[in-house]
Design a protein around this ligand. Structure first.
Ligand code: FES
Length: 117
């Protein structure tokens, strides 16, 4: 079922907005590209709200001490221990097939942002 959660204008200003739909904590995120995504607002590690973390670019590595800046991958970083989650897929960067957060379908109609839960 589709739920109106905010306006696109609100999201442009804030970058991310936490909402509650039927008791589910969800964070709505606007990517730099303008795309809008929705993820469960609970870190799977110890449970804080991911919406309290930072939106940033992803960084990967092939060996210790290496940092590969991934300009096309935007992440939401957990505020407690910095696990990073791809805002488009909800997958963690360090174990994408094992550690992830649920994502929800988002539509933008005129200035309204809707999440399908
Ligand atoms: S609680 Fe989120 S990374 Fe530890």
């Amino acid at each position: 079922m589709k739920h109106h959660v905010c306006t696109y204008g609100d999201l442009e200003k804030a970058g991310k907005i936490p909402v509650s739909i039927n008791g589910k904590a969800i964070v709505i995120v606007r990517a730099e590209s303008g795309g809008v995504y929705a993820l469960r607002d609970v870190c799977p590690h110890k449970g804080p709200c991911l919406s309290d973390g930072m939106l940033d670019k992803g960084c990967s590595a092939n060996e210790v001490g290496e940092y590969i800046y991934e300009k096309d991958k935007e992440v939401l970083r957990c505020p407690w221990h910095s696990w990073e989650f791809d805002i488009k897929t909800g997958k963690s960067l360090f174990a994408p097939e094992k550690v992830k957060v649920k994502t929800y379908e988002v539509t933008v109609e005129d200035d309204g942002v809707f999440v399908n839960v």
